[in-house]
Write a protein that binds this ligand. Structure first.
Ligand code: SAM
Length: 464
């Protein structure tokens, strides 16, 4: 979601002030920091980055420094106490007001702060999205109304609100017309989507995905991130009815202990999670599952942790996200005794991550000798590096691929890269006109971060 928001900030300032994105801070006129406050570590990084930028501003006082995202939303004016040289402070719901804040900061020569929650207004003020390849993120809802005890999101992004159905469909149709083949529908609780329809009705995520799948060119749909409470019958049934919906589901559970689930106010049990899984696996037996885990939540006993480890083995989770519990100010759990020592939290996290890595390595190994449908996204990193080096040779004409990489002219058999439904990177040899298409690839080897594949013989150009 933050990546998506950062892209939007760049689009907005390009549109309003013709500002170009640069990765080199020494060249920048405006330095923007998009922040996350879901864990303390991410929050602390904000102030160390601002400290480094202070030196740049001392040399060039005209540089504008902005802080957006959830730390800005949570801290607001308080950011100026620790970093008085910041010029713009805006929240996730006011990033569309950047151009005005920018102009006012210059005119009034004083810091501008807008961390209000004008909700849907944001989406009505976005320029057309940039398309940089065959995949795109589309934000369809924001915020969270679940109020899990540990989580700061409802306070920084606000309650759940959904974009109108027609707006989402129009955006995706526009992306598809510009070559996008795969969309990831985004939201903090994306399966809580309830978008107003022009006839006065309301669409849930399942209905939205039926319409998205019907858009010409869209061959793959993902959604992230979801909440077990919102796995409705219609959403589960989508796995039977929408072939474009990938066989991969990211469904956060946080812990395998029912006592902790209750304390976290997740409002479901491990058995209810198992039941969702049972029903989806009855439709898609090979679906890949991933999740989020919090280790060392207040009161976590050895038995609670063992329950989590057993649950991970039982569901056979694939690549997942796991974190040490981080006490967040303003959340209900901030009043609980943070009683698991940090050393023990880290020890448990290491064990849990080791199990998840073993499981995902086993899943990768089992994929060897299977045929996978992949979306080809560009040149493999190795090929890019080689061609970047050879691009210095003036005799070699170059073309630019979807990933902004460089392809030697006439590079018929490039090392290409793509992604499987369960999000594995596959490198294989093929003609670069396959970039941006779906192909079937035989998997020949599994490595820790990628798979090797080859096009079936006689089908070097086959498009599945
Ligand atoms: N839909 C998701 C759900 O069901 O919880 C919400 C995703 S949340 C924005 C991202 C993840 O950050 C959570 O799933 C959780 O694992 C992690 N997280 C949130 N608050 C945390 C905290 N205080 N400490 C550690 N991890 C946290």
């Amino acid at each position: 979601m933050n990546e998506y928001d950062s892209g939007k900030m760049a689009d907005i300032l390009k549109d309003s002030h013709d500002l170009e994105l640069t990765q080199d801070e020494a060249l920048a006129d405006v330095l923007l920091l998009n922040t996350c406050s879901v864990r303390e570590k991410a929050q602390e990084k904000v102030f160390s980055q601002l400290g480094r930028w202070r030196k740049l501003k001392a040399k060039q006082p005209d540089i504008l420094i902005g802080v957006g995202g959830c730390v800005a939303s949570q801290e607001g004016q308080a950011i100026l106490k620790r970093a008085s040289y910041v010029d713009l402070i805006f929240g996730p719901q006011t990033l569309h007001r950047l151009p005005q804040l920018f102009d006012q900061a210059i005119k009034q020569k004083k810091a501008q702060i807008d961390i209000s929650f004008p909700e849907i207004e944001k989406f009505d003020h976005m320029p057309e999205a940039r398309v940089e390849g065959a995949t795109a993120y589309v934000s369809i809802m924001e915020g969270c109304s679940k109020y899990c005890t540990f989580c700061v999101v409802p306070y920084t992004r606000g309650e759940e609100f959904s974009r109108p159905f027609d707006d989402v469909i129009a955006e995706i149709a526009g992306l598809a017309a510009r070559g996008v083949k795969e969309v990831t529908l985004l939201g903090q609780n994306v399966n809580a989507y309830r978008g107003n329809m022009h006839d006065g009705g309301s669409a849930d995520l399942a209905l939205l995905m039926h319409y998205v799948a019907a858009i010409e060119g869209i061959g793959r749909i993902r959604y992230s991130t979801s909440h077990p409470l919102e796995m409705s019958d219609s959403l589960i049934q989508s796995y039977a009815e929408i072939p474009e919906l990938v066989s991969h589901l990211h469904l956060p559970i946080q812990t395998g202990s029912n006592a902790l689930l209750q304390s976290m106010k997740r409002r479901h049990t491990t058995d209810e999670y198992r039941d969702i899984m049972r029903r989806i696996r009855a439709i898609r037996p090979d679906i890949s599952m991933s999740s989020d885990f919090i280790v060392g939540y207040p009161g976590e006993t050895e038995q609670d942790f063992k329950d989590t480890m057993d649950f991970i083995a039982e569901i056979n989770f694939d690549h997942s996200y796991s974190f040490v519990y981080s006490q967040r100010p303003g959340t209900p759990a901030a009043d609980f005794d943070d009683d698991v020592p940090l050393g023990l939290k880290k020890q448990r996290l290491a064990l849990l991550q080791q199990r998840l890595s073993q499981q995902s390595a086993n899943i990768s190994r089992k994929m060897v000798c299977s045929t996978q449908r992949i979306l080809v996204t560009g040149l493999s990193p190795k090929q890019k590096k080689q061609l970047d080096l050879s691009a210095y040779d003036a005799d070699k004409a170059v073309a630019v691929d979807f990933d902004a990489g460089v392809i030697g002219a006439g590079a018929k058999n490039s090392q290409l890269t793509g992604r499987t439904e369960n999000n594995r990177v596959v490198n294989f040899t093929g003609n670069h006109d396959l970039i941006g298409t779906f192909v079937n690839v035989n998997i020949t080897a599994a490595f820790s971060n990628s798979l090797q594949g080859e096009l079936p013989s006689g089908s070097r150009h086959s498009i599945a």
